[in-house]
Write a protein that binds this ligand. Structure first.
Ligand SMILES: Cc1cc2nc3c(=O)[nH]c(=O)nc-3n(C[C@H](O)[C@H](O)[C@H](O)COP(=O)(O)OP(=O)(O)OC[C@H]3O[C@@H](n4cnc5c(N)ncnc54)[C@H](O)[C@@H]3O)c2cc1C
Length: 465
């Protein structure tokens, strides 16, 4: 029986985990709303949660990452479930992503919109319309119903964290400000307690590692970090904010290809988040700064961020779960990491529900599902670099001279041959099995392939119209 849950880390992942657990414990609202709109956990199934205690430990000496302003549409459900909206966190509506100059250096834009509603009908209509008529990309895009009511969000992470933190404390979360320096283990290699800098020992039945790239708990557990840096070259970013006045109004994330990666422009209510994501194998940090200064026409003061692209083989191991950057991070494109957090949290709640109700939970299958999710997102991200025809730098020439990875080739072939990659985007599985959705959807792939001028009728994916 799990009675004491200890979360280590007070970034977005830590507080999102805490609020989800507290909401389920307090039976406040439909659990499926708060767990980012993801089926199929229903409040009814969350039994034996009543006397659970949630403790969150966060270090004052280790800052949160501070970036992560783009989100998927499920963030809207999450905020709504907590009676929050984008205005509370300096946020704006996000209708999708505009990809600028990816096909060639001055090719202009293609859009990856969020879509809602009857997905299958929508996709099929669009697909067959395009296939059977000679529609242009602009015509296809204008046909995609981007609703102004339903949308994703751009958010200010520090504001989200402070809202979640005060709600969690109000709901009874035991908050400890300290640094975890070690762990003690039970005989079965599960965690018994964490030891703080002042030698206090905090015991728990279940632990959640939300310590970001440090993976303070997970680095001590029997799981492996799958290093994906050979596949995903972007491993660095420089980030800043600029004055909103410099920008014309837009309601989507801009993603502009530069010499060795790409830049995000994320409009918030009073400023614009900017970040150049690049591969330091192809450009130095100093040259990246120079290039971003030229792009923005300013002398910017940038936060430098470095990571090793990769994921944990098992984000759930023994009595410990990883949520957030500790579970994995590929790169910021497509803004999926808050979404990954939601996926991990939904599965965590499912696991705890299973433990407390003595139901069998297939942890191996859940771990495998999470890996597949990251894999699918990873292929979607990577395909942008490979489908580009840019050759104006060593970075782009590398992708141009390297064969399209087999996985991506297969996905594209499936789209051409069957009109779809998967039967249905939603996978509703039995209790105890993984929870989540297949992402990205057929429609996402479809708009991307059209965006890269791929001939849908011949299946020619060498980029020739
Ligand atoms: C360049 C970049 C751009 C990104 N853009 C996006 C985006 O657009 N959309 C998106 O969804 N995601 C994005 N992400 C990911 C997103 O920022 C994170 O998923 C999210 O902010 C959650 O971070 P976290 O809470 O896991 O880690 P952090 O914010 O790093 O928090 C870690 C916490 O752990 C604590 N801690 C660490 N060690 C200890 C210890 N020993 N003891 C106690 N506490 C400890 C720290 O004090 C901190 O509170 C981006 C990431 C990067 C690197």
């Amino acid at each position: 029986m799990v009675k004491d849950i200890v979360i280590v880390g007070g970034g977005a992942a830590g507080w999102m985990t805490a609020i989800n657990l507290l909401v389920n414990i307090n039976n406040l609202i439909e659990a499926s709303t708060i767990t980012f709109g993801r089926p199929p956990i229903k409040n009814k199934s969350i039994k034996n949660f009543d006397n659970i205690k949630v403790t969150l430990i966060a270090s004052e000496d280790i800052p949160v990452i501070g970036v992560g302003e783009g989100t998927l549409p499920d963030m809207q459900h999450f905020l709504g479930g907590l009676n929050l909206n984008v205005d509370d966190i300096n946020g704006t509506k996000k209708l999708g992503i505009e990809y600028i100059n990816w096909y060639s250096k001055s090719s202009g834009s293609w859009y990856h919109p969020f879509t809602f509603g009857d997905f299958d009908t929508h996709y099929n209509n669009l697909f067959y319309k395009y296939k059977n008529n000679n529609l242009t990309f602009e015509e296809v895009f204008s046909d995609i119903a981007v609703s102004k009511e339903k949308h994703g969000c751009h958010i200010e992470v520090s504001k989200l964290i402070s809202k979640l933190k005060s709600k969690c404390i109000d709901m009874g979360c035991n908050f400890i400000t300290n640094t975890v320096k070690d762990c003690k283990f039970n005989d079965d290699k599960s965690i018994k307690s964490v030891i703080l800098n002042d030698n206090t020992e905090i015991r728990g039945d279940y632990f959640v590692d939300c310590t970001g790239f440090r993976r303070v708990l997970m680095s001590k557990m029997e799981t492996t970090f799958i290093d994906l840096s050979d596949k995903f070259l972007c491993n660095s970013a420089i980030a800043t904010h600029i004055d909103l006045k410099n920008e014309k109004e837009y309601h989507w994330t801009k993603c502009t290809a530069l010499s060795s990666g790409w830049v995000w422009n994320i409009p918030l209510q009073d400023k614009v988040g900017i970040g150049y994501v690049y591969s330091d194998k192809f450009i130095s940090d100093d040259d990246a700064k120079k290039e971003l200064n030229e792009y923005l026409n300013i002398e910017g003061d940038y936060q430098l961020l470095k990571w090793t692209p990769g994921i944990l083989k098992e984000p759930f191991v023994k009595n410990c779960a990883a949520v957030g950057l500790s579970a994995g991070f590929i790169e910021p494109m497509e803004a999926t990491n808050h979404g990954a957090q939601s996926l991990l949290i939904s599965n965590l709640v499912n696991i705890l529900d299973g433990i407390n109700n003595k139901r069998n939970i297939d942890i191996d299958r859940i771990n495998e599902y999470i890996r597949t999710w990251y894999d699918n997102i990873g292929n979607f991200i990577l395909s942008n670099y490979f489908l580009s025809k840019r050759i104006d730098s060593n970075f782009w020439q590398y992708f141009n001279n390297t064969e399209l990875p087999k996985d991506i080739k297969n996905i594209i072939n499936m789209l051409f041959e069957m009109g779809e990659i998967c039967g249905h985007p939603n996978v509703l599985l039995a209790k105890g099995a993984p929870i989540g959705q297949i992402a990205p959807t057929n429609l996402s792939w479809f708009v991307k392939l059209v965006g890269y001028h791929i001939n849908y009728k011949t299946g020619d994916f060498d980029g020739n119209d």
